[in-house]
Design a binder for this molecule. Structure first.
Ligand code: SAH
Ligand code: SF4
Length: 358
């Protein structure tokens, strides 16, 4: 059955909105809580299996709301446990979603917020695609739910998603309202009940939206810094020409750290480019030691990219130098290299293949 794009998706409602929706339509508002329980707590997505929901409500839902989830059209499993998914929305547009295991049974889902991205960072494969469209909140929540269903059906109880990072395709703050709504849904007590510390929002530095973060659930904030000099940052990230480092840091100081705790700075390390002693000096001067954490990301090489990943020794040296200056610094381990888990890579590879098969 072809989904009706005119219908609103069930997965775009917060509990409160769903209660109101039922009330407005002459149905009991408590049904909202029961449906939330089936979908988000029990991971049962087929209305025919919702045993305490009346046929009247089921008919109403089928007629008025879209109940289908985004479809997994490809999945890959890396030797390190990372699972990568290509997920198709109801209009056939695809995004990638990656489930990354970590210690203490953590399983983090890296979700996309847009199809493509308008920011155009030169090191990022997604950036070369341009923006096709925003995802709506149900399509962001849908990535989580469709992967949950996949794990439940294909893997079993051993793997359950525990964390979310907005580090897939797209710039989440460019799609502020939908990402905010999706985050509220992820955090619902009646639903997934993900705590604010389990969710991380990563942004390339959209200053006006950073200044609006006090109107966003108080999740972890990561800023894609990647350079501590304006000329290098502008080469890597065109957004720096609109909002340079001074404006970015000023905006970051408006974030309420009582709620958001600290700021993580992501820094992609590129060989012979931003891995020099002067970069360490500049980072030391730029960042507040008390409220900052640096996450070094060794550049993930892909075909056609001119940048190279530094050696492991160089990465370790860069980390040690920052630590010596009092900056808490971690190195992100490369995950899923064998299944092209870097930002944007799978999608283009797969689309090339899919086109060949057409
Ligand atoms: N648009 C937001 C959200 C995440 S972008 C942002 O830029 O912050 C996806 C993530 O992948 C970012 O952390 C980005 O720094 C990283 N990334 C993109 N291309 C990469 C590459 N070639 N190697 C390593 N990390 C990359
Ligand atoms: Fe967009 Fe982030 Fe990629 Fe930059 S790094 S192009 S902001 S997805």
């Amino acid at each position: 059955m072809k989904p009706n794009l005119e219908k609103r998706s069930l997965y775009s409602f917060t509990v409160e909105e769903l209660r109101d929706y039922f009330k407005e339509n002459g149905l009991s508002k408590f049904v909202a809580d029961q449906i939330y329980d089936w979908v988000y707590k029990k991971s049962v997505f087929e209305p025919e299996n919702w045993s305490n929901i009346s046929n009247k409500v089921k008919t109403f839902l089928n007629e008025n709301l879209l109940l289908t989830l985004p479809k997994i059209v490809w999945d890959g499993h890396s030797v390190d446990g990372t699972r990568k998914f290509l997920v198709a929305m109801s209009d056939g547009k695809t995004v990638e979603t990656v489930a990354i295991p970590a210690k203490n049974d953590r399983l983090t889902l890296c979700v996309s917020s847009q199809v493509g991205c308008a920011i155009g960072c030169t090191f990022c494969h997604t950036g070369t695609m341009g923006l096709t469209r925003h995802l709506d909140s149900s399509e962001i929540v849908g990535q989580f739910l469709t992967v949950t269903r996949f794990l439940k059906e294909k893997v079993g109880e051993s793997e359950r998603l525990t964390n979310i990072v907005y580090m897939g395709q797209g710039e989440p703050l460019h799609n502020f309202e939908h990402v905010k709504k999706a985050t509220q849904i992820f955090m619902e007590d009646k639903g997934l009940m993900l705590g604010q510390r389990k969710i991380t929002l990563s942004t390339s530095g959209l200053v006006p939206q950073i200044e609006k973060l006090n109107d966003f659930p108080p999740v972890n904030v990561a800023i894609s810094l990647h350079a501590a000099h304006n000329n290098i940052r502008s080469e890597l990230m065109p957004i720096n020409k609109a909002f340079d480092l001074e404006r970015l840091l000023k905006a970051i100081r408006t974030i309420n750290l009582k709620a958001h705790r600290w700021i993580t700075y992501e820094y992609i390390l590129i060989a012979n480019y931003n891995d020099r002693p002067e970069d360490i000096e500049a980072l030391g001067e730029l960042l507040d030691k008390k409220d900052s954490k640096i996450n070094l990301i060794p550049f993930n090489e892909y075909p056609d990219s001119n940048f190279k990943r530094p050696s492991d020794e160089r990465i370790k040296w860069f980390q040690d130098q920052l630590m010596k200056r009092g900056l808490i610094t971690t190195v992100r381990t490369t995950k899923g290299a064998d299944i092209l888990a870097a930002c944007g890579q799978l999608k283009s590879e797969m689309e090339d293949k899919l086109n060949l098969w057409d």
